[in-house]
Design a protein around this ligand. Sequence first.
Ligand code: BEZ
Length: 329
Amino acid sequence: MRVVILAMALIGTLTGASPATAREFRLGLITPPTHLWTEAAIRFGEALEAATDGEHTLAVFPARQLGTEAQLLQLLQTGALDFAILTVSEITNRLPQFGAFYAPYLVADVGEAAALLRGGTAQRMLDALPQEIGVFGLGYCLAGMRQILARDALAVPADLGGRKIRITPFVPLRDFYQLLGAAPTPMPLASVYDALTNGQIDAIDMDLEAIWKVKYFESANTLMLSNHMMFPSVGVISGRTWLRLSEADRELVGRLMRTHLDRVMDEYVEQERQWETSIRDADVEIIEVNAASFGSVIAEWEAIWSRQAPILATLKAEAAANAGRSSPQ
Ligand code: BEZ
């Protein structure tokens, strides 16, 4: 990939950044149309069209219409796709350093998660993306904190021992549930509803937005409010598209994408408690747990991941400095 990017950079240098030309951009993502990330993508497109008097347009393809995140990344690398909003879990599959974001209880809530993603360390981590995977990171977003929703009654996290829990397919989360003694079962978002409803899995690792909007709670007995991890995403542009844009267009798409993703972080801060209240009003037992409820799992996870992702120490220091403060924008 390094070679590809060097070749692309050379083309950019020889041709110079192109003068502004009308473009029909394409953006892909895996979340359903009602998800906050999808709404942000649509607002980004509308803002881009308005700012360029209709010269640039954006077609948004949600709900895996263009494929899995791994396939979206391939399309971005070839230039067949211009933009995507990717989970950081997909980035972590290629760049383990990003696994540091999934340190259990790195942050206490979405406000602290947003502050960390807006901070210097997280922003500097994006610098590796062009050289390593052929895309430029324009800004972060997130999907709330992770919770555990189970078909049966659970009292403590250890009750998941031996049970199949659906996870987003990436290694840091697999390690977390393996250390807990559960049977982590990687599964894409699109397959979760049926698998939970028909009992193929016993529980899911998920956020409150999806638990409420996709109605996963209807197939569950217990919501374990654990807030055990943040779940960031990153708005990216294909390296090939970037090199063909004028300086003015680079500034514009970067600023607009960042603005609309950043706004979603505030929406999570505002809305998470409402989703929690709505789920509390449904027929689901809510159990609240915290870091201590996971016993030695957190230290064991950190022992593995501080080797895979040495940036973890720096992120932890920044998170500790932010703790309890409202998120700086
Ligand atoms: C998930 O895999 O759980 C997920 C992916 C994207 C957005 C929210 C959740």
